[in-house]
Design a protein around this ligand. Structure first.
Ligand code: NDP
Length: 287
């Protein structure tokens, strides 16, 4: 009985038909994208621009944001602006949301995507670094959600939280990063329950990503990891679609992440040993 049940569960898991997505559905929507100066956030901004949304982009580096905004306007964004600052500063999340409120008087989608810098190596005992990383990778997500919630309730909008497979399954050499991503799952999965129980019609989409070919990820781990990265452009589009379709979770790339999440519950030792053997530890320089 176990095999057919597992087969049925797998078939449902991978092939349950999602509602269809049309780019024009997003036309005129007001969207904040954090971490939009590079990588997946930058690609999301370009997709959203082609879909003719209003964009507010944020990150620390003004020069890069300026270029992304220019490109978004060329691609057809209904409007595009940026606000620069660091999410390490506990007051900045509210500043960003207030900018959206003052500009648009409302908000349809909040895409939380930024991360602070963390090294890819054995945990070095630096507790201060974890505190700082929690502020950037986790607390600022909570703070932005809190500030944006009145507007999102009014528009019956969406929150998109970009997380990682390292936020579902423990991963070596990324203990601090992994902790901040697990925290996102705990907080936002709990909040989703509360929204449903309280009839708050704001969706929460948690995006569980595998290895993606952004410059920073490739620079940090390509010498240590055996897997090939998935394309950031496609990843960004899948995130936008999942958020708009109000999906509970996105797993991208689907087979890699979906299988890992499934194995985590049914064969955790096997999964852990496969994860360990996917690293070229000999290429890791201890710091
Ligand atoms: P990038 O490093 O390319 O982009 C990170 C973004 O965050 C940049 O725009 C950066 O801009 C911004 N940022 C960095 N520090 C701060 C800060 N202190 N305050 C505000 N913004 C900051 O990352 P990716 O595109 O690779 O990753 C995007 C998301 O995808 C992250 O949530 C990541 O965890 C997730 N992910 C990525 C994977 C991958 O393999 N690439 C795998 C799994 C998950 P600036 O420096 O200008 O501030």
């Amino acid at each position: 009985i176990f095999i057919p049940l597992l087969g049925a569960a797998l078939a449902f898991y991978f092939y349950s038909a999602p509602p269809s997505f049309k780019e024009e559905m997003l036309r005129g929507k007001r969207v904040i994208v954090t971490g939009a100066s590079s990588g997946i956030g930058e690609q999301m901004a370009y997709h959203l621009a082609r879909m003719e949304t209003h964009l507010l982009l944020t990150a620390r580096t003004e020069a890069k944001l300026q270029k992304v905004v220019e490109q978004c306007l060329e691609l057809g964004a209904a409007s595009a602006r940026y606000i620069s600052g660091s999410m390490e500063d506990p007051s900045f999340p509210e500043v960003v949301v207030r900018e959206a409120e003052n500009t648009w008087g409302g908000l349809d989608m909040l895409i939380l995507n930024h991360i602070g810098h963390s090294t890819f190596n054995y945990f070095d005992g630096n507790v201060g670094h974890i505190r700082k990383l929690l502020e950037t990778n986790f607390l600022s997500y909570v703070a932005m959600t809190t500030s944006a919630l009145p507007m999102l309730k009014e528009s019956e909008g969406s929150i998109v939280v970009v997380s990682s497979l390292a936020g579902k399954v423990g991963s070596p050499f990324a203990a601090s990063y992994s902790a901040t991503k697990f925290a996102l799952d705990g907080f936002f999965s709990s909040l989703r329950h509360e929204f449903i129980m309280d009839k708050v019609n704001v969706s929460i989409t948690l995006c569980i990503l595998g290895y993606i070919n952004t410059e920073s990820a490739v620079r940090a781990i390509s010498h240590v990891i055996r897997d090939k990265p998935a394309p950031k452009e496609e990843c960004a589009l899948e995130i936008v679609k999942a958020g708009f379709l109000r999906q509970r979770e996105l797993h991208y790339p689907p087979w890699v992440v979906g299988t890992a999440v499934l194995l985590r519950d049914i064969a955790p030792e096997f999964l852990d040993s496969s994860i360990r053997s996917s690293y070229r530890v000999e290429n890791l320089k201890r710091t």
